[in-house]
Design a binder for this molecule. Structure first.
Ligand code: GTP
Length: 348
């Protein structure tokens, strides 16, 4: 069976933006996905760890200070090793940075990790919709953090007027370039944006797990307002599926992945290029601007088809499908056409 890699999702954002709130939301609404957490507390009191304690299968807390100081890759590796150990049976690791952490260092730490079981799962940057404009004046580096994000969560929309929300949304979209921006309250993003659902073998009747007991379909206090018609989790992003049994053009596909349409966050699936010497299955995973191909055999009896799921927020599904459809190969290509793809191939 193919080796399953564990995505490491980084959650950053200025002090008080709502990182712990979002983490707690993900833990409560994990849909059976086992989340390992690395919590990074800034200061001596381990408040964050206490808040998530009891809801998580494994936790490593950096109580000795800020992750941005822990630029020693070997230390990060040992934490990831603990969580990614086969015995821990973890599906995804979420690293919550201190509000003062430097996201660039965190991304480097994960991309530079020597652990073969993990894969970069994206940088999520939370932005406090109410405070952002003031905070960025005092902390100009925040603009850079927003620019680096693979996914931007514009949080605390419940605390801001519609015109102000539109104004800060426009600012964040401008700074974030093509990265999707999800306006939300209380960090209630759809966990499926960050990690895939996992099918586990169910061996008969069982009690509800702690996760299931904690799962709350709304995950917020509905008292005091009419909940009918409020945004449900899945309202803010779309998933588009593309299937073709005609081979894909490697150059056109890499061009599309390197310059994705606005709002596209993740792409996953299989690609068939069908070029002599390169007819094997290419498994594709992208997060933001990070592209990764793995090669492997097609399953016995499996058709040679390209099957992709594209996930994003505010994407134009029709345009996206047209753009992928344009990647279907119209000319015969030689092996040299695969050069661009092979830059992103990771050896197993
Ligand atoms: N009204 C409102 N309050 C929120 C929202 N998200 C978080 N909060 C509150 O804002 C405060 C800070 O939230 P946290 O989740 O602790 O923020 P954080 O980013 O983890 O903070 P640091 O660890 O200090 O960097 C808490 O009191 C939360 O309950 C939101 O969307 N709306």
């Amino acid at each position: 069976m193919a080796k399953r890699l564990i995505p490491v999702v980084l959650v950053a954002g200025f002090l008080g933006a709502g990182k712990t709130t979002m983490l707690n939301h993900l833990l409560r609404n994990n849909g059976g996905v086992r989340i390992g957490v690395i919590v990074n507390d800034f200061g001596s009191v381990n408040i964050d760890s206490m808040m998530v304690a009891g809801q998580v299968d494994s936790m490593v807390s950096l109580s000795n200070g800020c992750l941005c100081c822990a630029v020693d890759v070997s230390e990060m590796d040992s934490m990831l090793d603990r969580l990614a150990h086969p015995r821990s049976d973890i599906d995804v690791i979420v690293v919550e940075a201190s509000g003062l952490a430097e996201p660039r260092n965190m991304v480097r730490l994960v991309l530079g990790s020597a652990n073969p079981r993990i894969v970069y799962g994206g940088l999520v940057v939370l932005v406090d919709a109410v405070e952002f404009e003031d905070t960025r004046v005092a902390n100009p580096e925040l603009d850079l953090h927003v620019r680096m994000a693979d996914l931007l969560v514009l949080n605390k929309t419940d605390r801001i007027s519609e015109p102000d929300l539109q104004s800060v949304l426009a600012r964040v979209e401008e700074l974030g370039g093509r990265s999707p921006v999800l306006p939300t309250a209380h960090g209630r993003i759809d966990p499926r944006l960050l990690f895939d659902e996992v099918t586990r073998v169910d061996d008969g009747p069982r009690q509800l797990s702690l996760d299931e007991l904690l799962a709350d379909p709304h995950d917020h206090d509905c008292s005091g307002h009419d909940c009918d018609g409020h945004d449900h989790l899945h309202d803010r992003y779309e998933a588009v599926t593309f299937t073709s049994d005609r081979p894909m053009d490697p150059r056109a596909l890499t061009r599309l992945l390197e310059d994705p349409p606005p709002g596209l966050y993740r792409v996953k699936g299989f690609v068939y290029f069908g070029i002599p010497g390169h007819t094997q299955r290419y498994t594709l995973q992208t997060v933001g601007r990070h592209i990764r191909f793995e090669t492997g055999p097609w399953g016995r009896g499996a058709g040679r088809v390209t099957e992709l799921v594209l996930i994003g927020s505010g994407i134009d599904a029709g345009l996206l499908l047209r753009r992928i459809d344009e990647c279907v190969r119209v000319h015969e290509s030689g092996a040299e056409a695969m050069t661009g793809v092979h830059r992103y191939v990771v050896e197993n």
